[in-house]
Write a protein that binds this ligand. Structure first.
Ligand code: SF4
Length: 446
């Protein structure tokens, strides 16, 4: 195994939050959430995330909170509960300004036009959406139709992410998701014709039966559709957590060194076409807001990944949705029935969370800068109290990465080299106080 493959095989969190979700505690429930919401200053801006945990069928690689449904009735019932929860939140939080709104899942378009409009109407009557900058939705290209895109444009969607993963038929067969290039190209064309100009395409490496040539070809085809952003995620094989992944034959998965080669090959394709690498796994056209934010130190990382979202608080709506407030994280009930029962009767659906300590906030800031900027100045983030001496053992833990040229320590500055970019999760992990005590298995670093 190469040195890179040895690092790549280590298991660490993705650091879309710190502390990470496995450390949320049931002691932080609805009372905390209600208090934290009520404490938000009136001028605080919000980012809203709406989770729709349904798909028409399950892809074998899926790591999301979702389930397959055939009937309309559970989807419609759930849509009504989303309206209920928006009312519960609005009654306590007040009419804040919303700057970002994101529909994710699952397949949010499964709600269909009428419910997308009804839920948006409820948001408009509850919050101030007049300064909404980005209104985004995750789409399954196979479900994109003319009436849907018309409705999406009608509710103000201005960015859509198309889930692709890989264009090769044998890979699509192995992951249980068949969609031709033409299907994706048609979805992109319909969206653009309707005025939804900003498109993202999500690809994956490390999939079963996927070769490096497949990854390169998929990267080329994705680029030919001219998206503003591309995401390249490493497949996380976590069958102990996502049982349907057991249907993937482990002998079909690429080795750690092939995963590194696949990731590097796709990154070369994107860079060759002028896309700017962003953090760990995103690429954007240089004039895209995400690229501008990355160049100017304003890039953020939250549960949806990288964002230029400047909001003061993230409000999660829907089963399993996570919120981030200045005081801590909260997560809703994952179970749809339990979630529905609570919000239908006018309650918050908070199941667990974590209240930040001062140390959490400092480490979260260090980890966020590392994940976003691939560099952090400990003194700049935390003042003298965060000077290198305080983190002596963390810095000592980076020695193997320093030796391999992936990280440089320069006084109170930690800088990840370009070669170290794919391993930035390992650098972040050195500052994760909870990781050593964690019993939760994580996915491979690359
Ligand atoms: S469409 Fe997306 S959310 Fe649904 S099962 Fe497939 S990968 Fe998961």
């Amino acid at each position: 195994m190469t040195i890179a493959a040895l690092h790549a095989a280590r298991n660490v969190p993705r650091y879309t939050s710190y502390p990470t979700a496995p450390h949320f505690d049931a002691a932080i429930g609805a009372d905390f959430y209600a208090r934290w919401l009520a404490e938000l200053p009136a001028a605080s801006t919000l980012s809203l995330y709406i989770h729709v945990p349904f798909c028409t069928e399950l892809c074998l690689y899926c790591g999301c909170h979702t389930k397959a449904v055939r009937r309309r009735e559970p989807v419609e019932r759930y849509a009504g509960r989303l309206v209920d929860e928006i009312g519960v939140i609005g009654a306590v939080a007040g009419r804040h300004r919303v700057v970002h709104l994101h529909w994710g899942g699952g397949t949010p378009s499964i709600l269909k036009e009428a419910w997308l409009e009804r839920i948006t109407d409820k948001l408009v009557s509850t919050f101030d959406l007049s300064a909404l900058k980005e209104h985004a939705i995750e789409l399954d290209p196979r479900c994109v139709t003319q009436p849907l895109v018309r409705a999406l444009a009608g509710i103000g969607i201005n960015r859509a992410s198309l889930g692709v993963q890989d264009f090769a038929p044998h890979v699509q067969q192995a992951i249980g998701r068949i969609q031709s290039y033409d299907v994706v190209a048609r979805a992109a064309a319909l969206l653009r014709e309707s005025g939804i100009r900003y498109l993202n395409i999500d690809l994956m490496y490390g999939l079963p039966r996927q070769t490096t040539e497949d990854v390169i070809r998929s990267a080329d085809l994705a680029v030919s559709l001219q998206p503003q952003r591309l995401a390249l995620f490493g497949y996380a094989h976590v069958p102990w957590f996502k049982k349907h992944q057991r249907l993937i034959d482990i002998s079909d998965l690429p080795s750690a060194s092939t995963r590194v080669a696949q990731m590097e090959a796709a990154a070369r394709v994107f860079s060759g076409h002028g896309y700017q690498p962003i953090g760990l796994d995103h690429f954007a056209k240089p004039d895209d807001e995400l690229a501008v934010a990355a160049r100017t130190g304003r890039l953020r990382r939250n549960f949806q990944g990288y964002t230029a979202d400047p909001a003061d608080a993230l409000i999660g709506i829907g089963a399993s949705a996570i919120g981030q407030l200045p005081q801590g994280f909260v997560q809703n009930e994952v179970d749809i029935t339990g979630y529905s029962r609570l919000v239908e009767t006018g309650h918050f659906a908070t199941a667990k969370g974590i209240a930040f300590t001062g140390d959490d906030t400092l480490r979260a800031a260090i980890i966020e800068r590392l994940m976003c900027d691939l560099a952090v100045d400990l003194e700049r983030v935390g003042g003298e109290s965060a000077a290198a001496t305080r983190f002596e053992s963390e810095i000592a833990g980076l020695a193997p990465l320093v030796q391999d040229g992936l990280v440089r320590i320069d006084g109170s500055r930690i800088v990840v080299s370009e070669a170290g970019r794919p391993f930035v999760r390992l650098v972040a992990a050195a500052f994760d106080k909870y990781l050593a005590a964690s019993k939760t298995p994580h996915s491979a670093a690359v």
